[in-house]
Design a protein around this ligand. Sequence first.
Ligand SMILES: Cc1cc2nc3c(=O)[nH]c(=O)nc-3n(C[C@H](O)[C@H](O)[C@H](O)COP(=O)(O)O)c2cc1C
Length: 162
Amino acid sequence: MKTIIIYATHHGTTETVAHLIWSKLDSQSTELVNIKKAKHLDLNDYDVVIIGSSIHAGHNQISIRNFCKKNMPELLEKHLGLFLCCMMEGKEATLNLQNAYPEILQNKAFFIQILGGEYKIDKMNYVERLMLKKIAGATESQSNIKYDLIDKFVQEIKQQAV
Ligand SMILES: Cc1cc2nc3c(=O)[nH]c(=O)nc-3n(C[C@H](O)[C@H](O)[C@H](O)COP(=O)(O)O)c2cc1C
């Protein structure tokens, strides 16, 4: 069974999470791909597909949304896992997740979860800092990566791959 983890990231948190998942799986049969750097992705080579993205001002990356739309028939044939990085909790977080991936893929996924997020002030430009202060009142870096849920996700991925 081959696994691919495809992700998009803005400030690197989704990459950190995707890399952590990858590092806990068999490196021989698991690939990690930043969608922005991928030239051609042939999903035929994989049995398990994991997709990760993050929320900025209420939306996840267009590259991931387009990828999901374009590859919908293939994705429906796979063992599919979906995750999202964001900082809001509760109702807003649930809404973020519902809007991030097509409903048909959400229903198909063996795992769909928010795995936390980070504010990296040093990576933000002036406008992003202003936006963050307005949206969340945050002015300092913060980390809220959900390591326990990442471990749970990894266990579920391993079960798909037997
Ligand atoms: C400018 C800005 C806007 C954000 N907007 C939201 C938001 O609307 N909802 C949310 O839950 N998190 C929001 N976040 C938090 C991000 O989802 C969080 O920083 C995440 O870890 C980013 O992951 P990435 O570095 O992989 O892109 C925002 C962060 C920034 C910097």
